[in-house]
Write a protein that binds this ligand. Structure first.
Ligand code: TXA
Ligand code: MG
Length: 557
């Protein structure tokens, strides 16, 4: 088969010639053919989405597994009800703001209309409205929704130019439309709107932060940041396949650019391949190098990442090392593509550990703050849980308690917690005695837990953070506070208790002023919902972590 080439890079010239090419391309789709199309993200391989036979040919041409569903591409949100049902209002909020653009929404599917070959039999369908004037014109002219996965052969890096498409598809498809290089360079962000909160299935050309700014907290599917273990299923079937992979094994090195460049320099051998930022290209004169652009230019990284991976496909390098941008903005998508290419073989060059101490009274929002830390990849150490574990198993602590509170152990050595509680509650001196014993054992235990090499960020959650001396293990301490009336309402709702008891509970604790005056920072929770506060806390801690890292880096120099 001869693949026709439509040059539509320049659409400013004589309109007649342009319209003819658009009609010819649209006719290919209407006639059941396959067409390479430009989008702002990556090139797509399009077929009439309502023509089952044509759609099947996509799978053949790409060598794509049948269980991997396709995205349905439409010219605007007004087409959504034709193919989707139970569309939540949120879908329209998002479409109004981000369409046309690099956002794909997973919605409930009208299975009576959309062929099962598109959805791989799921009852949901991925909907996208790309921002490329040429493709928009072709789809409008064809008058059909278009099934369009990325145009690469399955397993290869996606195509960001028409030449890339020809490299993979020449002779297998009816035509390719050249609309110039893709302006974004990584695929669309996939957001599942069939769950609450919405879930990010694939990071892409629309940054997560932009989405969260508009709609609040979004869960991130675990397939985004780590390899899945055997038996685990990602929500986007395509995320389970090794993707974007050059022939040589890839190692991704994360961390501050200076640090990751040094780490790569320590490891590379002559003849290896390197993907790095502009500033470090000169370090690798004995290697084949592809630059991602300046380290601060995330759009450049996103435009170049597939090109770098693709070029290494046809190169004889033995191993490839890649510098990785941080997770903010487009960095999350670029890092995800690099890590997938590496089969999640990742080296952390930045060994800086950050420990944040978090304290504050009940109902202020500590739980949401801790969830924010976890969503930043951090580990939470819950001192209350640590204390209870130690009561069961730490012989040192148990002996010390036994000496001071002999009555609380039964004959077989079991600790009667209720009894211990009765001895100390309401007796200030006895409480102080118990606390001083516990604090003495708590700090070394927490210090031991901080030695977990798998985490670079820790939050220590303790109501007695400051009294126990555990604050000395922290880089910074943060008080979570909140207006009294909000706390009362939250506790009433959370614990299902009357107002009077909620107030009593708060007044039994130290007031916000106590924490405010003693911690390095205060994070005040005036948000209406836990989700909104969590999103706020995520921003706050993200910035705090960067600041602490910078302070530490300068201190070390
Ligand atoms: O930017 C893009 O989205 C590009 C351009 C061409 O539009 N397209 C693209 O398509 O990246 P593709 O097929 O390479 O990736 C689609 C991803 C796959 O991981 C697939 O598993 C997932 O979307 N997907 C499709 N339908 C889904 C569904 N109903 N539920 C969950 N994931 C779905
Ligand atoms: Mg793809």
């Amino acid at each position: 088969m001869q693949t026709l080439y439509f040059d539509l890079r320049d659409t400013k010239g004589p309109q007649k010639g342009i319209e003819e090419k658009i009609s010819a391309a649209a006719k290919i789709l209407r006639d059941g053919g396959l067409l390479g199309i430009p989008t702002e993200t990556v090139y797509g391989l399009a077929a009439n989405g309502l023509d089952e036979k044509a759609v099947k040919r996509i799978f053949e041409a790409k060598g794509r597994p049948q269980d991997n569903p396709l995205i349905l591409t439409i010219p605007g949100q007004q087409w959504l009800p034709r193919y989707c049902r139970d569309i939540p209002p949120l879908a329209y909020v998002l479409a109004r703001k981000f369409w046309p653009g690099p956002l794909t929404m997973i919605l409930k599917c009208r299975t009576d209309v959309v062929p099962a070959v598109i959805t791989a039999g799921l009852d949901t369908v991925a909907m996208r409205c790309p921002a490329h004037p040429v493709t928009a014109a072709i789809i409008r002219e064809a008058g059909v929704p278009v099934a369009a996965p990325s145009a690469n052969t399955s397993g290869r890096p996606s195509c960001t130019t028409a030449q890339d498409v020809l490299e993979d598809m020449d002779g297998k498809i009816e035509g390719v439309v050249d609309g110039g290089p893709c302006s974004v360079g990584v695929e669309s962000t996939i957001l599942d709107l069939t769950c609450d909160p919405p879930r990010l299935l694939r990071p892409g050309g629309l940054p997560l932060e932009d989405l969260e700014r508009l709609i609040g907290h979004i869960d991130v599917d675990k397939a985004v940041t780590r390899a899945l273990s055997a038996g685990e299923q990602p929500k986007a079937p395509g995320m389970k396949y090794r993707h974007y992979a050059p022939k040589a094994p890839v190692t991704v090195v994360t961390g501050a650019p200076d640090k990751s460049a040094q780490e790569i320099l320590r490891r590379v051998k002559p003849g290896d391949g390197v993907i790095c930022f502009d500033e470090y290209v000169h370090l690798f004169s004995a290697q084949e190098v592809h630059s991602l652009g300046p380290s601060a230019d995330k759009l450049a990284h996103s435009q170049r990442v597939f090109d770098a991976l693709r070029t290494f496909d046809s190169s004889a390098v033995k191993e490839i090392y890649a510098q990785c941008p941080d997770n903010r903005g487009l960095g999350l998508a670029v890092g995800n593509r690099l890590k997938k290419a590496a089969g999640f073989h990742i080296i952390e060059a930045d060994s800086t550990q950050v420990v944040v101490g978090i304290t504050g009274g009940t109902g202020a929002g500590k739980t949401s703050a801790l969830r924010a830390i976890e969503s930043l990849g951090g580990k939470v150490i819950d001192c209350d849980a640590v204390y209870h574990r130690m009561l069961e198993s730490d012989e040192g602590l148990r002996t010390a308690i036994h000496t001071t509170f002999p009555g609380v152990f039964s004959l077989d050595g079991k600790l009667d917690r209720k009894r211990l509680g009765e001895e100390v509650f309401g007796d200030k001196d006895r409480m102080a005695q118990l606390n001083s014993i516990v604090y003495q054992f708590m700090k070394p235990e927490v210090s031991h837990l901080l030695a977990d090499e798998d985490y670079r960020l820790f939050a220590i959650d303790a109501i007695n953070l400051l009294e126990s001396g555990v604050d000395q293990l922290c880089d910074k301490t943060v008080a979570i506070t909140s207006p009294l009336e909000l706390r009362v309402r939250r506790i009433m709702a959370r614990d299902n208790i009357p107002e009077q008891y909620a107030r009593l509970r708060i007044s039994a604790q130290k007031p916000d002023e106590y924490y405010r005056g003693r911690c390095d920072f205060e994070l005040n929770n005036g948000a209406d919902t836990a989700e909104a506060f969590e999103a706020e806390a995520k921003e706050f801690f993200g910035r705090l972590v960067e600041t602490i890292k910078e302070e530490k880096a300068h201190g070390n120099k």
